[in-house]
Write a protein that binds this ligand. Sequence first.
Ligand code: PMP
Length: 331
Amino acid sequence: MFSDHIFMVDYKDGNWINPRIEELKPIPVHPGNLAWHYGQSIFEGMKATKDKNGNPMLFRPEMHIERLNASAERMCMPAFPTDLFIEAVNQIVDIEKDWIPPAKGSALYLRPIMVAMDEALGVRASGEYLFMIMTLPVGPYYPKPVSLITEQKYVRAAHGGVGEAKTAGNYAASLKPAQKAKELGYDQVMWLDAQEFKYVQEVGTMNIFFVIDGEIITPSTEGTILKGITRNSAITMLRDAGHTVTERNIDIQEIVDAYQAGTLTETFGTGTAAVVSKVQKISHNGVELNLDQSKTVIADKVKGLIDGLRYGDVEDKWGWVVPVKGVSVEA
Ligand code: PMP
């Protein structure tokens, strides 16, 4: 369910013009729209919550605009001004604050999106763009631990590709393998690298973490993995709490070996939607890893810290949680 307003701004002749908040409604789009044909479309996903006193809060909005602009750069799209983004998210959340569900675990999900608007056929970067922020209330997400299967035929991203950009095509490419995983009885695909099908990348719409012998490890981001904001928050918080977190290449065989040796104590995914999702089963090359859920400590700690910050229960020593201000957007 979407809330009832949308922020919109156009990009024409090299300028972002006419920022406005309107009632959400369908918009007319020319059938020759370049985004439809060639996929120049990038987006973000972030959450607004209310603290204990009912004040709306945003989580790391600067990091979202930074990532949006990194995606824009890769996709030949114009950068979006940080100031305008911050004002826009503040305004739209202020207007839609009654849509923020009060229950813990609930949030108002914000979907900033930038799409090409030129009407032309021919593979080239568009001259005109539309940037929008829509919002939608999302309920408490209490997922069961998920089951994953490694993908040995299809890949999400190759070196030199667009894996690090939050662009529509990455998600389109994931649909078929995700459907295949579902048919086999698994919740999500665990992506391996495109060259050797050996190194773990990420999972569905989450980054992945393993705990082996007390060391927390997560794949390093080297162009093929989305640089998750929850991933970054988890790494920072865990390190600040005295844990060792290592970002490096992780051979899937290392995970299988650690499981068989009894040293793999936890596997979990991080992302804006789920915050933290525990993994109960991984299937790789016919080998099933059934993870003992009674051993999870780190996943609960990360979830507790991030949720605690979002609802104002954990002291924000990182300055990540920003109170929403109802400021005016200037044209
Ligand atoms: N990987 C992919 C492919 C995703 O779509 C997401 C969700 N944005 C993530 C990882 C997690 O990123 P974040 O923590 O910023 O939501």
